[in-house]
Ligand binder design. Structure first.
Ligand code: DI6
Ligand code: FE
Length: 413
């Protein structure tokens, strides 16, 4: 059935239009879950049904292109340690950090991981997210990584959301392989990738290239395996130090290099040449009290496109709000409103290799949209801790957000 959404102000993010691609008196025709028309209402074809959006703002459904949403437990204790001055690196070297989440994650089976993850997923969906990326990386055994990826895949069966998975066994060297990272790569990371790929669980391959994790040479071995399996790559790069990870992932034509606080000029140019997206993660910057900002001016000057994501993880970014992420991107990193909104829609989709499918309001794409009770797009970026979502549309299916307190009151009666 063809549904015409009328009386809408569109921020299409269509790259053919200037800025946010605003259409003041707009309409969107949705047919079979896809956008059949998005543009001025005056030229819109008729639908079999019409939904009046009351002049609200419509954006593409939001894309969270970097998350570790599937995990067990929490690391609130490390948060308290950072409050009294311990650094993330020092905590990690003392046995905290990523390996601290191993036990809590591996204690859960796939159903348990899904159950632990759904409240975090729901928080994202309530803010208009229609696509997420989810990484493994807290199993660090073949079975553990596979269970995380199965849980990530299962999320799409539990909620109306598109899920892309990334294999991140090269996240940390687990205690069982302490001081033996080569053996960990040979016995777990590489054979685990082969198996996960064979089982259809992997959409991309990620790594953590850092002094406390893996060297560029080690990451290159993982990427070579990814290439041999026909999988795209991406990388946590230059977050705590400059190791050249951004140039490395660009040399593989990678989808994205993520974090980038310590990115240099050569890395930025390599990314621009390869079309590798810069995924900035202000939640992690904020939570670990980082003071060095990613070089946004350098990215702009080099012509690197910028995406923004939550990096939702139990250690360095316990953040489940893309709205707050945008606010942090603007306030902490100096991004414009336009860069923030593009970063959680069009550029997030680009960072996942999904630009043909979602991320803008353009004919032929999936009908993924967010409908907002705001007057201007800037309101989505400027508020902190307020959610103006009116409705979310995923693949043409619309769900209205319930005003939460009213719903609670009703439930109490
Ligand atoms: N993303 C990551 O994967 C690492 N840092 C980051 O921002 C570590 C996450 C963790 O400490 O669990
Ligand atoms: Fe991360």
């Amino acid at each position: 059935m063809a549904v015409l959404y009328t009386h809408a102000r569109l921020a299409t993010l269509d790259p053919a239009l200037a800025g946010l691609g605003l259409v003041e008196s707009g309409a969107v025709l949705v047919e079979d879950g896809r956008i059949a028309y998005a543009g001025p209402a005056a030229q819109a074809p008729d639908g079999e049904e019409t939904v009046d959006l009351g002049g609200r703002l419509v954006t593409p459904g939001l894309v969270d292109c970097h998350t570790h949403l599937v995990h067990g437990g929490h690391r609130a204790r490390e948060f308290e340690m950072r409050l009294v001055g311990e650094s993330y690196e020092a905590i990690a070297r003392a046995g905290g950090g990523i390996v601290a989440s191993l036990q809590a994650t591996n204690a859960l089976d796939v159903a348990g991981l899904v159950a632990a993850t759904l409240p975090r997923l729901d928080a994202l969906l309530c803010e208009g997210v229609t696509t997420i990326e989810v990484k493994s990386g807290y199993g660090l055994t073949i079975e553990g990584e596979i269970a995380m990826l199965r849980a990530a895949r299962a999320l799409a069966g539990s909620r109306p959301v598109r899920v892309k998975t990334s294999y991140l066994a090269a996240h940390a060297v687990p205690p069982a392989y302490k001081g033996r990272s080569t053996a960990y790569l040979d016995e777990v990371v590489l054979p685990g990738l082969e198996r996960a790929a064979r089982e259809g669980l992997v959409d991309a391959v990620d790594g953590f290239c850092e002094g406390i994790a893996f060297s560029p040479a080690e990451i290159a071995r993982v990427f070579d395996k990814a290439v041999s399996l026909g999988l795209p790559v991406k990388l946590h790069a230059e977050q705590l130090s400059h190791l050249g990870g951004a140039a490395l992932v660009a040399s593989y034509g990678g989808l994205s290099a993520d974090h980038l606080e310590y990115l240099d000029e050569a890395g930025a140019h390599a990314m621009a040449d390869a079309g590798t997206v810069a995924v900035l993660l202000p939640g992690a910057f904020y939570a670990i009290h980082e003071t060095r900002r990613p070089p946004v001016d350098l990215l702009r000057a080099a012509g690197v496109t910028i995406a923004l994501a939550t990096d939702c993880n139990p250690g360095t970014s316990p953040l489940t709000s893309l709205l707050l992420t945008m606010n942090m991107g603007a306030t902490l990193f100096g991004l414009t409103v336009e860069e923030c909104l593009a970063g959680v829609t069009r550029e997030g989709a680009r960072a996942l290799g999904l630009l043909g499918e979602t991320g803008t309001l353009e004919r032929g794409k999936a009908a993924d949209m967010a409908v907002w009770d705001v007057e201007t797009p800037a309101e989505l970026v400027y508020r902190m801790g307020f959610n103006p979502l009116h409705a979310r549309i995923h693949a043409g299916r619309m769900e209205r957000r319930r005003p939460s307190f009213a719903a609670m009151e009703e439930g109490a009666r």
